[in-house]
Ligand binder design. Structure first.
Ligand code: NAP
Length: 301
C-alpha cells in the first residue's frame, strides 16, 4: 500500500504521533461532510487510507479530492446505508480497491426538528433506517469479513449526548441513537472473541452545516444551546476527529463497549440544580457565610 505523507495544516496541534494510523484502511460513512469529513481528513493525515461513503457523489468526491490534494490517500463510493445490498457492495469495493479494512466510523445520520404528533411514517423511517439500520448493516458487513478472514477490526459508532435521556422534538434520532448505543454494547461482547472492538462517541453540539441547518435554525437558538453547556462553548469538529482517530487506532486495545461523551458536560446538567451555575458568586458567598454562622452557634461536640 502507498503511504500518505503525514504533514498538513493540523500537524502542529495534533496530540498524536504522525504515524498513528499508518497502514490502516478506514471506512467513514457520511465522510463527505461535517464530523465525518473532519475525521477522514485527520485519519488520512495520520497515515490511513480512507474510504468515504454517502449518498451524494458531490459530497464524498469533494472530500476525497481535498484529502488527495494534501497528499493523503482517499477513495469513495456513493452508498445509501439504508440499503443492505449497497452496503455489501461498498465493503466489497473497499477490499477490492484497498485490499483490506481495519476500522469503520459509522457516522451517517439524518435528523430534523418536529413535534412527534406531526411525524409521518416516512419521516420517522428515514431517520431510524439511516441511523440504526445503517449502522447495523455496515457493522455486520464489515464484521462478517473480519470474522471469516480471522482479522481484527474496530467499529466506532456515532451516537449523541441524548442517547440516554431521549430528546423532545428529535424523537426518531433519539430512538435510533439509543438503539445504536445498545447495538454497540451488544456487539462489543459478542464479537470481542473475534478481535473486534466496538465503541461509540456521543458528541454534544458541534457546529456543522448539516446539523445546524436541521437543528439550530437561528442565532438565538445557538446562544441558548451554548448557555446550556457547562463548558460555555460549542464543540469543534477537530476535537471529534481526535477522539475518533484515537478509538480507531490500536492505542486502546482493551477498550470495547465504551461510549465516550464529548459535550462539555451538557448531558449531566440534567436536573434543575445544574442551572444554579448561572447564579452570581455572591449567592455562594452568602451560603458559605450562613454555614459558618450556624457552625459558630453550635455548642462544641
Ligand atoms: P452531516 O454533515 O449532516 O453528516 C451526516 C452525513 O450522513 C452526511 O455526510 C450525509 O451525506 C450522510 N448520510 C445521510 N443519510 C445517509 C444515507 N442514507 N446513507 C449514507 N449516508 C448518509 O452532520 P454532522 O453534524 O457531521 O453529523 C455527523 C454525525 O454526528 C451524525 O451521526 C450525527 O447524528 C452526529 N452528531 C452530530 C452532532 C453535531 O452537533 N454536529 C451532535 C451529536 C451527534 P449524504 O447527504 O451525501 O448522504
Amino acid at each position: 500500500m502507498v503511504e500518505a505523507p503525514r504533514t498538513g495544516p493540523d500537524a502542529a496541534r495534533s496530540p498524536f504521533r504522525p504515524d498513528l494510523l499508518r497502514g490502516k484502511v478506514i471506512l467513514v460513512t457520511g465522510g463527505g461532510t461535517g464530523l465525518g469529513r473532519a475525521t477522514a481528513e485527520e485519519a488520512a493525515r495520520l497515515g490511513a487510507w480512507v474510504f468515504l461513503a454517502s449518498r451524494k457523489e458531490d459530497h464524498w468526491k469533494e472530500a476525497v479530492e481535498g484529502i488527495r490534494s494534501q497528499g493523503g490517500i482517499a477513495d469513495g463510493r456513493s452508498t445509501d446505508v439504508r440499503d443492505p445490498a449497497q452496503v455489501q457492495a461498498l465493503v466489497e469495493e473497499v477490499y477490492r480497491v484497498a485490499g483490506r479494512l481495519d476500522g469503520v466510523l459509522n457516522n451517517s445520520a439524518g435528523n430534523f426538528l418536529a413535534r412527534s404528533e406531526d411525524l409521518t411514517p416516512g419521516g420517522f423511517d428515514a431517520v431510524v433506517r439511516t441511523v440504526l439500520y445503517g449502522t447495523f448493516y455496515v457493522s455486520q458487513a464489515a464484521a462478517r469479513r473480519w470474522i471469516s478472514e480471522r482479522t481484527p477490526g474496530t467499529l466506532v459508532n456515532v451516537v449523541t449526548s441524548y442517547s440516554w435521556t431521549g430528546a423532545p422534538y428529535l424523537l426518531p434520532s433519539a430512538a435510533g441513537k439509543a438503539g445504536v448505543l445498545a447495538l454497540t454494547r451488544s456487539l462489543a461482547v459478542e464479537w470481542a472473541r473475534h478481535g473486534i472492538r466496538v465503541n461509540a462517541i456521543a458528541p454534544g453540539p458541534i457546529p456543522t452545516p448539516g446539523a445546524w441547518r436541521q437543528l439550530i435554525p437561528n442565532t438565538d437558538m445557538e446562544a441558548s444551546v451554548r448557555e446550556h453547556i457547562p463548558a460555555g462553548r460549542l464543540g469543534d469538529p477537530r476535537e471529534f476527529a481526535d477522539l475518533a482517530v484515537l478509538l480507531l487506532s490500536d492505542a486502546l486495545p482493551f477498550v470495547t463497549g465504551e461510549c465516550v461523551v464529548m459535550d462539555g458536560g451538557e448531558w449531566l446538567v440534567g436536573n434543575s440544580f445544574g442551572e444554579l451555575r448561572h447564579l452570581p458568586s455572591r449567592f455562594w458567598d452568602e451560603r458559605l457565610a450562613e454555614h459558618q454562622r450556624n457552625r459558630a452557634k453550635r455548642p462544641p461536640a
